[in-house]
Write a protein of this length. Sequence first.
Length: 746
Amino acid sequence: MLFAIGGMGCLLATPAFAAEAPKHLAPEATLILQIVLLILVGRLIGEIMTRMGQPSVMGQLLGGILLGPSVLGMFLPNLQHQLFPPSGDQKAMIQAVAEFGVILLLLLTGMETDLKLVRRVGRAALSVAVAGISVPFIAGVAFGNFMPATLLPDPAHRLVSSLFLGTALAISSVKIVAMVVRDMNFMRRNIGQVIVASAVMEDTIGWIIIAIIFSLAHQGAVDLPAIAESIVGTGLFLFVSLTVGRMVVYKLIRWTNDYLRSEAAVISVILLITCAMALITYFIGVQTVLGAFVAGVLIGESPFLTKHIDQQLRGLILGLFAPVFFGMAGLTSDLSALAQPDLLALTLGLIALASLGKFTGAFIGATIGGLSRAEALALGCSMNARGSTEVIIATIGLSMGLLTQSLFTMIVATAVVTTLAMPPMLRAALRRLPITAEEEERLKREEFEAKGFVANLERLLIAVDESANGRFASRLAGLVAGVRGIPASVLHVGMDTRAHRHSRKDNASAEAAVRASAAKTAKAEEAEQKIRPTTVEVTTLEKHQATGAAVAFEAQRGYDFLIIGVDEPVGASGEFCPEVEGAAGGFDGPMAVVVGRGQHVADPGGSGLRILLPVTGSSASRRGAEVAVTIARADKISITALYVATSTTEAQSRYKRWGPVSPAPPEEEAILKDVVELADRYHIPVRTVIRADIAPHLAIQNEALKGGYDLIVMGVSRRPGSALLFGKTASKTLARGKVSMVLVSS
């Protein structure tokens, strides 16, 4: 890294390069060179900052300062002007890239805004946000009213510049705050959630205020009708966006994901939505940044925004546009101006005022919100980072003529100092906060879920026909989907297209089964976790190909779990029917094959389930256990975990008890203990049974009949070969069993 920096410095210092190269470069080549320098220097310094425990975005800003008049311009002014002309078409080209970067950065900020988190800790976060914005805002406006007229672009419009300065000091950077909280492993702690939620609310309120002030700036003076028009326009835009707009964005992303085959189609639609909403806010007289931010909020809440798509979009923004934008912000700053004693004194005063105002406001808000003194201290420290957000605001203000170059430099300096000071202060404050018993329990559960299977599912594909088994499979799929509000798509198989068009009533039964059972699970989750129930989005897909081809086609749309339920799925000897074979053959990921029997065929939507869970200790068995526990959570029904030992004593073969397994052999104890802990996480009663000296499939069948169980959930591993095989135990249990089964394949 140091070699790269040194090599770049030698290159820039070369007389031939400094004197000749830029002069002979075409405009597009100069643009490429500018982007290369901003990305390279920003990334290298960002890496250094990251290793020092600071935000990498500060490295990109400092990289721009190094390439700008503050450093490079001081030692090699001709080269600096040739590489980055202060005006003209060449500057307009790189500035256009940076301006579009603002839109994309606001999109990313909105996508990272967790409104559910805000609702969860509403009272404390609201009081911190309101007080945390009000106090520094008032302080900033007061500073603006008393600062020298030479710092104002137009002394006659001092109020507008003062309002803008107050807003710049009042806002916090969600990115920086979240980064430090996450780095300290406090993201899921109560205080961590309040900190991040407060930053989110401050960010949201701040952008609304900025939009109104920018609208006011267009008027050039305080015009009450104009202010009222801006407030009404902003409120109407937010209302329509968060109601009708939410639905439109969701449907656009879903339709694109499901029907367009071209590469990166969803990313293109996301960019189109962002630009469209930015233009809408522009035409109603509000700054484009508000439209981009709200677009990000709506896009981030879309259930079809998979991790893969999110990573691609994030890579584009952070890899290209962020270094260019923050680098250009650093280039625009001329820190050499701070050599003037008067300007340096004003800058230090502004930094002190911003820090004291933010700390005081957040501390007061936390106290009003019912937090302890130590927690209020942590809130006061956390909100002081302005980071990228203040730089974005300052850049927009400079482009609109609301700031002079000197005032812009002062604000950038404030952003740099407060951002670099916040992480060590917050880390020190958070270390003093002990964890409560309630927090410890919740954190253990969330850490447990982060490594799990069901908790990380993003989208279900349900391949069913109109049989009773298809409806039973739909019912079970809804129980799985309802826990996390996982979007589900029902693909109807086992009929041709013409028949499908004439069976809307039958088709609707599968979707109804999914929705009904999902709502049941969501309601149970609401009662246990004290959160709002999550609605499961269910989509109907028409099959126009053979089952295998239809599943393979849909599998490309980002599904990570397939549930299959068709009529007579298993033959007399345990082999699967062609429909199941075809569906499984078209899907590479985890799947579940549902085999309904007995009352589940006579009454697929019947109440109650008694679950038997054979376990082996394998990863496939663990997935089966997670699915079994998820199914049980809606009705809080008990589960019996059955382990078949290869060899054990007669006394152990009769071993049967409730709760933890002891004094079973260590291996068996560990396997059953894992299942007990999994069930205990969700308050599901679990019974453990060990059998020995008997074939596994016979042990499963005997226990199912003896205990009156009506559903066996078994984790299995798919065997290689053209036929769908899950091993001898699964095949023999399927062939001779009389109980419904769910085979969960890894």
